[in-house]
Design a protein around this ligand. Structure first.
Ligand code: BF8
Ligand code: SF4
Length: 630
C-alpha cells in the first residue's frame, strides 16, 4: 500500500517535470505566478456587490476601516460572500439535477434515453406522489419527471422531502425556519437578500445559506442521483482501475471530464459502435480507450467500471502525457487552462454544453434529441486526431491501482444481505450496519468527500485521513475527487481491509467489501444522506445522534461549500481541511464553528493538519457514542 501511495506522487512529479520540459504551465505553476493571495480575500472581507465599492474592510477589529461605504460590517460582508458561495454551489448541483430530470421527461422506448431501472422509477414515482398502478412505464416516467420539476419551482408549500429525512430532523429545520420552499427559490432568495441594502445580519444570512443548501442536498442533488439511476441504472459493485496509467499507448485515448452522466453514457455506448471501432483501427490504433476525469468519471465508473484517469488536479497532467486524442467536457470543474494547454500537444479540447463554452476549445454541442449521433460525431473527432499524435512527446506513467466501486445504498444493502441469512437479521435492510455500529464493532462512519486544491499536497489529506479512520474501525464512504484519491492509493481494494482495525476488518471480510466504499460523484452525496437517514430511521433517532462525521480535506469549489452546509444542517459534524474565506467575520466564524451546534446539532471544524483532523473526528465519534449510550 505504501508503495502505491508513493508511486502516485512519482507519476505526478514525472509529469510535472515533463510539463516543464515541454514549456507548459499547470495549476501549480500558476499558483506560484500569482504570488501570495490577497489578505482581504482570504479573510472574506472584500465586497464588490455594488459600484460604490469595492470595499475592503479590516479583518482585524480596531485596525483600519471597519465598515463599507453602505455601512456593512466585516461580518455582514463575510456572511454575504459565504451565502453567495452556497448559492453558486447549490445552483450548479441543482441545475445538473434539472438537466437529468428534463432528459427523463423526453425519454422514450425508441429514443436514445430510456428507462433502465424500473424498480428505481417506481420508488421515485411513489415518493413524489405519482400514480403507478397499471400504467405504461413511460407515462409514469414522464409524470415523475414533471413531479421532479415541481420541486424546482413550486410556489406553494415546501420541498417534498424524501422519506429518508427523519421526522426529528424535519422538526429541527421547521423550528429554525430553514425548511426549503423550492430548489430555485432558495437560491434566488440568497441573490436577492445579498443585493446592496438588503439582509445585514450574519445569522439570518447563514440560515438562508442553510435553507438553500438543504434544498441542494435533499432536493437538487437527490433528484440528480435518483433520475440518473432511473435512466442509467442504480450502481452495483464493479471493478475498475485508477490513475494516469489507464491511458494506453496505441489506442485512441478519450478523457471524459465534467459532471452530467447524459453525455458520458452516450459516448460509452458510441464507443462500442463497430463503425467507430473500425475507424479507429483504420487510423492505426488498437481501439478506443475511454477514461474518466472528475465526477463524470465517478458517475460512469459506478455504472460501467469506466477507468479513472484521475481527479481535479490531474486534468492538465492527462494532456501533458501527450497521449490523449481528446478531452471531452460538459460542465463544472473544467480548467479553462485546458484550451491553451491542449494546443501544445495534439489533444482536442471539446466543449459540448452551452452552459460551459470555453474560448479556444472546439465546441461541438451535445444535442440530446440526437444524442447517439452527437456522441458519435464527438468520438469521430477524437479518432481522426490519432494520426496527429507525436510519439516523441508521449509519456504515460506506468501507475495504476485496482479498485472496487459501485456502492449505491441499494448495493450496500444487498452486500449486507450476505450476512443476514446466517445470523444478523432481516434481508434488504440496513439492520446489519446499524447493529455493527450499535455493538461497537464499527465505531462509526465517515464521509470523505470533495476536491483537490493546490494549497494542499495533492491527495495527501484524503489518503492520510482515510487511513487513520479505517485503522480506528471507522468505515469510510467516499465521493467526488476524494473517492478517486482513495482509488489511486489502493484503498478501494478489498485487500485494503488489512489496513483497517480489527472490527472493521471483520465486517469487511464477512460482507466482502473494501473498508472504503465509493458512493459516486459529488451530487451522489445524496446517497450518503440516504444511507445515514435510513440508519437513523431504523434506530428511531435523528441523524445528529449517529456517530457519523464528514470531511472535505482538500475542498476548493462553491459546490463544496453548499455540501458542507447541508451536511452540517443535516446533523453531521464536518471538517474542512482548507480554511474557508470567513476568518474576517468573528460572528460568522462563531456561528459556523460553534452556534450551529445549538441550531442543528452539528458544526464545522476547521483543521488543516490531516492527522489532527482525523484524531478529532475519531474523538467526536466516541463522544457521540457516549452521548447516546452505545
Ligand atoms: O463535483 S470534488 S473538484 S469534480 S467539486 Fe469538482 Fe470538487 Fe472534484 Fe465533482 Ni465535486
Ligand atoms: Fe461597499 Fe456596501 Fe457596496 Fe459592498 S455593498 S461594495 S460594502 S458599499
Amino acid at each position: 500500500m505504501e508503495e502505491k501511495i508513493l508511486s502516485i506522487q512519482t507519476a505526478q512529479n514525472e509529469l510535472l517535470e515533463k510539463a516543464k520540459k515541454d514549456g507548459v504551465k499547470t495549476a501549480w505553476d500558476r499558483k506560484v505566478d500569482l504570488k501570495a493571495p490577497c489578505g482581504f480575500g482570504v479573510a472574506g472581507v472584500c465586497c464588490r456587490i455594488c459600484a460604490m465599492g469595492p470595499c475592503r474592510v479590516s479583518p482585524v477589529p480596531g485596525k483600519g476601516a471597519d465598515r463599507g461605504i453602505c455601512g456593512a460590517t466585516a461580518d455582514v460582508i463575510v456572511a454575504r460572500n459565504f451565502a453567495r458561495m452556497v448559492a453558486g454551489g447549490a445552483a450548479a448541483h441543482s441545475d445538473h439535477g434539472r438537466s437529468i430530470v428534463l432528459t427523463l421527461l423526453n425519454a422514450s422506448k425508441d429514443g436514445d434515453f430510456k428507462v433502465k431501472d424500473e424498480k428505481k422509477l417506481m420508488k421515485v414515482a411513489k415518493r413524489l406522489g405519482v400514480e403507478t398502478e397499471g400504467r405504461d412505464i413511460y407515462d409514469i416516467a414522464h409524470d415523475t419527471a414533471k413531479a421532479g420539476l415541481e420541486q424546482f419551482s413550486k410556489q406553494i408549500g415546501t420541498l417534498t422531502l424524501p422519506p429518508t429525512v427523519p421526522e426529528k430532523r424535519a422538526e429541527v429545520w421547521n423550528k429554525l425556519g430553514v425548511m426549503p420552499r423550492n430548489i430555485d427559490r432558495d437560491i434566488v432568495s440568497i441573490m436577492h437578500s445579498t443585493h446592496i441594502g438588503c439582509a445585514a445580519d450574519a445569522e439570518s444570512l447563514i440560515k438562508m445559506s442553510m435553507r438553500a443548501a438543504i434544498a441542494d442536498g435533499w432536493g437538487g442533488s437527490y433528484l440528480a442521483t435518483e433520475f440518473s439511476d432511473i435512466m442509467f441504472e442504480t450502481p452495483k459493485e464493479i471493478d475498475t482501475e485508477a490513475n494516469l496509467g489507464v491511458l494506453q499507448g496505441n489506442s485512441v485515448n478519450v478523457v471524459l471530464h465534467g459532471h452530467e452522466p447524459t453525455l458520458s453514457e452516450m459516448i460509452i455506448l458510441a464507443s462500442e459502435d463497430p463503425e467507430l471501432i473500425e475507424l479507429a483501427k483504420a487510423q492505426g490504433a488498437d481501439g478506443i480507450n475511454l477514461v474518466g476525469m472528475c465526477c463524470t468519471a465517478n458517475e460512469a465508473t459506478m455504472r460501467h467500471g469506466l477507468k479513472l484517469a484521475g481527479n481535479f488536479l490531474q486534468q492538465e497532467l492527462a494532456v501533458v502525457t501527450g497521449a490523449v486524442e481528446a478531452v471531452v467536457v460538459d460542465v463544472q470543474c473544467i480548467m479553462p487552462a485546458l484550451a491553451q494547454l491542449s494546443k501544445n500537444y495534439h489533444t482536442k479540447f471539446i466543449t459540448t454544453s452551452p452552459k460551459a463554452e470555453i474560448t479556444g476549445s472546439t465546441h461541438i454541442e451535445f444535442d440530446e434529441e440526437h444524442a447517439y449521433e452527437s456522441a458519435k460525431k464527438i468520438l469521430k473527432e477524437a479518432i481522426m486526431n490519432f494520426k496527429n499524435r507525436d510519439n516523441s512527446k508521449v509519456y504515460i506513467p506506468d501507475v495504476k491501482s485496482k479498485a472496487v466501486v459501485g456502492y449505491s445504498t441499494e448495493s450496500i444493502v444487498s452486500a449486507l444481505d450476505k450476512v443476514t441469512n446466517s445470523n444478523i437479521g432481516v434481508a434488504g435492510t440496513v439492520k446489519p450496519l446499524a447493529d455493527c455500529i450499535v455493538s461497537g464493532v464499527l465505531r462509526g462512519a465517515a464521509g470523505v468527500v470533495g476536491c483537490n486544491n493546490p494549497k494542499t499536497p495533492h491527495d495527501n489529506g484524503h489518503v492520510e485521513i482515510i487511513k487513520n479512520l479505517i485503522a480506528n474501525d471507522v468505515i469510510v464512504v467516499a465521493t467526488g475527487c476524494a473517492a478517486q484519491a482513495a482509488a489511486k492509493a489502493g484503498l478501494l481494494q478489498k485487500e485494503a481491509r488489512n489496513y483497517a482495525g480489527a472490527g472493521l476488518k471483520k465486517v469487511c471480510e464477512l460482507v466482502d467489501i473494501p473498508p472504503v466504499l465509493h458512493m459516486g460523484s459529488c451530487v451522489d452525496i445524496s446517497r450518503i444522506l440516504e444511507l445515514v437517514g435510513t440508519v437513523a430511521n431504523h434506530l428511531g433517532v435523528d441523524i445528529s445522534d449517529l456517530p457519523v462525521v464528514g470531511v472535505a480535506p482538500e475542498w476548493m469549489s462553491e459546490k463544496a461549500v453548499s455540501i458542507g452546509t447541508y451536511v452540517v444542517s443535516s446533523g453531521i459534524d464536518t471538517w474542512l481541511g482548507v480554511v474557508p474565506p470567513v476568518t474576517g467575520g468573528p460572528e460568522v466564524v462563531d456561528i459556523l464553528t460553534n452556534r450551529m451546534e445549538d441550531m442543528v446539532g452539528a458544526k464545522f471544524f476547521i483543521e488543516t493538519d490531516p492527522k489532527k483532523a482525523s484524531e478529532q473526528m475519531v474523538e467526536r465519534i466516541e463522544e457521540k457514542r457516549k452521548r447516546i449510550g452505545i
